[in-house]
Ligand binder design. Structure first.
Ligand SMILES: [Zn+2]
Ligand SMILES: [Zn+2]
Length: 366
């Protein structure tokens, strides 16, 4: 799939390959509205996103029925837009999740879908296209295609420049991806400049201590770590761990309070028991396990830092209801605390955590 994907999609593209836009020779038999140049791209699309949205594409891609009145026609249009908006968000989250899992090849078809539906709904010059360009840039970077990544990034930059209504959140994402690009090119000064901007805009949008701001700190920490500026890296890794720990801890408390008071949280926008969407969960795992690896190298000197990250991972997996992983990290934390002869208090906190997970595993709370 080493091609530049088309940014503009010509009308009447139905008979072109979903993945590379070449003339199509195959059709998905399940939905009959999706075409491919051959079996390779069909398989790639299926395992990335098509399996999940095959049936959802039918109402979006079949021609509009004949309407009896203007009112009906408007209603039909609105419904179509709503379906496309849903697909935009869904494909975006799936692609982002793949990126956090290092599945760059899989991210491409899902990201392309998000881009296509954005073009349909918002038009070719809308700033709404930027998040999808950035996904494609990040996937290209992950696949080692730097030139392609640069093309997507300049497309994103150009769109932002022309726009008067670009949100802080989008500015933050743009700078984060430019930071990643310059990291890949080993231009660390430029990378730092963009990551500092990422943190600034994310802080304006969400606050300095928000999980959505933590990604910028994390990448900046990685740069300092690579440059052997270990004190700076250490401070930033601590900040990132604390942000995630606090988020998960707060969320856990909200859930237990709700449980005690029997409040139904369904209406409260919690998509899962972690309060995170799938992509954010993948990001949390990615960030925390990377920091853990680095912390473990210095466990001799400062075991508390390793234990802190382990405990944060325990909380994450506990809320994700993956009790075997939660137990695994809790056991590792407990063993380290005993081995390094940490205070009895610290040991018993971890012991309590472990007992809680084991108890709930035996008698799940419903
Ligand atoms: Zn193709
Ligand atoms: Zn299909």
């Amino acid at each position: 799939m080493n091609v530049i994907y088309p940014l503009a999609v010509p009308k009447g593209r139905r008979l072109r390959c979903e993945v590379c836009d070449a003339p199509a020779e195959r059709v998905c038999r399940a939905c009959t509205v999706t075409y491919y140049c051959g079996v390779v791209h069909q398989r790639a699309d299926w395992s990335s996103i098509h399996e999940k949205i095959c049936q959802l594409l039918i109402p979006v891609r079949t021609s509009m029925p004949f309407y009896n009145s203007e009112e009906e026609r408007q209603h039909g249009l609105q419904q179509l837009q709503q379906r496309q908006r849903h697909l935009i968000e869904f494909c975006y989250t799936v692609a982002q999740k793949y990126l956090f899992e290092d599945r760059h090849e899989d991210a491409v078809p899902a990201a392309l879908h998000s881009l296509r539906f954005r073009i349909n709904v918002y038009g070719l010059s809308s700033v709404e296209l930027v998040p999808a360009y950035l996904l494609l840039a990040e996937a290209s970077l992950g696949l080692g295609r730097i030139v392609q990544a640069e093309e997507y990034l300049s497309q994103a930059q150009w769109t932002v420049l022309k726009s008067t209504e670009c949100s802080y959140a989008t500015h933050s994402l743009l700078h984060r991806n430019l930071g990643l690009l310059y990291m890949a090119k080993e231009n660390y000064d430029e990378a730092r400049y963009h990551l500092a901007n990422d943190i600034y805009f994310a802080s304006c949008a969400f606050g300095t201590e928000d999980i959505r701001t933590s990604g910028g700190y994390f990448h900046l920490a990685n740069i300092f770590y690579g440059l052997k500026k270990l004190d700076l890296a250490d401070t930033l890794y601590t900040k990132v761990s604390e942000i995630w720990n606090k988020f998960l801890d707060n969320h856990h408390q909200v859930l237990s309070q709700a449980h005690i008071q029997q409040i139904d949280l369904l209406g409260e926008h919690f998509e899962t028991d972690t309060g995170l969407d799938e992509a954010q969960e993948a990001e949390a795992i990615r960030i925390l396990t990377s920091i853990l690896k680095i912390r473990e190298l210095t466990s001799d000197k400062s075991p508390q830092k390793t234990i802190f990250v382990l405990k944060t991972l325990v909380m994450l997996y506990y809320l994700m209801m993956n009790s075997s992983k939660a137990q695994e990290y809790a056991t590792r934390a407990l063993n380290l605390a005993k081995e390094r002869q940490l205070s009895v208090c610290e040991q018993s906190t971890i012991q309590n955590l472990l007992s809680l997970i084991k108890a709930e595993d035996a008698h799940p709370v419903t």
